[in-house]
Design a protein around this ligand. Sequence first.
Ligand code: IFM
Length: 731
Amino acid sequence: MDLWTLSATQPTRELASRLTVSNGLIGVKDLTEIPQLQAGPVTDTVAYVNGFYDYEPIQYGEAQFGFPQRNQTMIPLPAPTQLQLWLDDMAVDLIQGQVIDQHYALDMRTGQFTHTLIWEATATGQQLKIKIDRLTSLHTAALMGQQLTVEALNFKTGKLRVVAGLHATATAKSTAFDPRLAHYDPHDILDQQDVSQPTPDIRGLTLNALHSDQQLSLFVHYDQPGQWVDDGNWTGEFTFDQGQVELTKTVWFALGTATLPEAATAGLTTSFATLAETQTTDLQQFWATSDIKISGDEVSQLGIRFSQFGLLQALGGHQGSHGIAAKGLTGSGYNGHYFWDTEIYEAPFFYWNHPDLARRLLLVRYHQLPHAKTYAQSLGLAGALFPWRTINGEESSAYFPASTAAIHIDADVAYLVIRYFQITHDAAFMRDYGLEILIETSRFYLDYGNFDAQKGFVLNTVTGPDEYTALVNNNAYTNYLVQFELRYLTDHYDQRTVGHFKVSNQEWARFKKAADEMYFETQGDLIAQDDSFLSKKRLDLSRIPRDQFPLLTHYHPLVLYRLQVLKQADLILAMVLLPEQFTDQQVQTNYDYYEPITTHDSSLSPAIYAIAAARLGKYAGAIDFFKRTINTDLENLQGNTADGLHLAAMGGSWITFAWGLMGLEIDDQHATLHPYLPTGWTQCAFKLQYRGTVYAITVTPADLTVTGAVGDEVTIDQASRTIQIQATKQF
Ligand code: IFM
């Protein structure tokens, strides 16, 4: 089994998501580059550009003050991948012949998608081997390269004519267009398409969004002599006499301009071989500091790599201020919106392996601050409130109980600021960006909450991570994360250091007081998810028929909100994020209470229970949840992989491995590990980047080893199987 490659022979919509190539800026999803050869189900032929969105007005039946007025939607574009072939004037299609073999592969070492077909002409028996390779460059994010290679398998001479689309609609519509996928027709969603020819070899297509000022141009180049056709297509003729036919198409996606960017010409005229070589080099560097090698469990090996690769593809190569959409660039699910998934689920992989990319994620939030301040103001509140779901920083959700009320989003962003700093000691980041985020979000909380005479500091009318409960008082997850933020801020800085944010003595004192007096509803070791949760009726999940899950598709929110039932980990997530604050006994009591009433209807849930289970030594459960997480999309466990991959579960796979199985924890001074090797794993090796040093850690049943340390930074206790890394570097 090749544990670096995903391969398949049958096209499905799920496979199209899995085999999407993307680089954080552009995503290209297409299993049917030659629609005339498509048999079987119709799969998506689509491209996405991160940050290319349109507005839609939100229509409310009963609008109220302060509701967001418009939604942003990532615009699905026709994939610029489509081809039509003729062999000596005979159409290469399913009327003139048949596909006798077909194979799809995505290689995570080269970052290349490859689709190979063997087509046989019925009348002549001639066979063509058609290979299409594609990549979205991690080095030059605006660039997609696609190479067509056609080989005459059992004949020597002949002519091949190729028509290639500047955009997909012409060919896709005529043969394989499926009304179910009608939203891919750009005529419906884009105002105008101007075809330009900035140089004799390069054609451009400019697309304007209908309701926003967003503009995108696609510039296309072919590396063989041919002709542009008026509708923007390209046609070329080749002979087989010289051996196989090769044609490379490069496309430059230019966001926000109708003119050919300066760098584009050089990019567009790069050979496919060079693009492929650069991609492989970039991936070698990526894997050099992030590969996890598992011996003895191929399913876990492939699954964890697929997750890491998916995370890279969702953020990878661009330099811009684009976040990670819930589905990355692999599908239209959740409209291309960024959620808290990024800070809590996806960022840990980056801050422990590629801190430069974690920093980039933080800058995305920093650039959203002006919107977040305006949004808080619009609610009559101080500070800044980050949007629950967004592309450009504006709140995009129409349902405030499960969005605006989820004010934990601010503390989630703050959590990332703090963890990023603890791991990197990037003081310049903290000074220039991080502190402002901590101050403005703390301000927001102090204004949102209040000091209650009996309870202390309370945050009422909020929604926690569990979306089967809404608008409650003192969601424990929220209160723990806010307390962590306020405490971190006031313990590590003083009022004078943050004076330029106009923090008064009085405000600073209130930050401290709120942290000290944060309210939690408890019954012994049992911590209530919120003030009213334990008084609700407990739902016996074993009595709900299997086909009624996910519950949100069968029960009105008001039914779910009144029951003790969870869509996803809530309090347990706080225990996983802040492990030092809870005793094992507390984790045990709360795990036993909440796990049986958690449906895991969200893909964000199993990873968190896996980590808690591992802490408690419930290894069978931990492994079970780990497998559910890594296989979320490989086995379509949520039933909607066709709409795009679950990036939070991909991040969840990494934290389950690192925090759960390897027992990785962090505080101001140390990183510690307490590794557990699951049954069947004979060895596992991985790397962590901590305060600028890359440590390579190897775990076997008998031994723990760490290399990369400078001096005596690392202490290993083989008996208790504990590793402690104390970074000695001064920054
Ligand atoms: O952010 C999540 C949320 O927690 C659960 N529903 C899906 C969202 C996007 O992944």
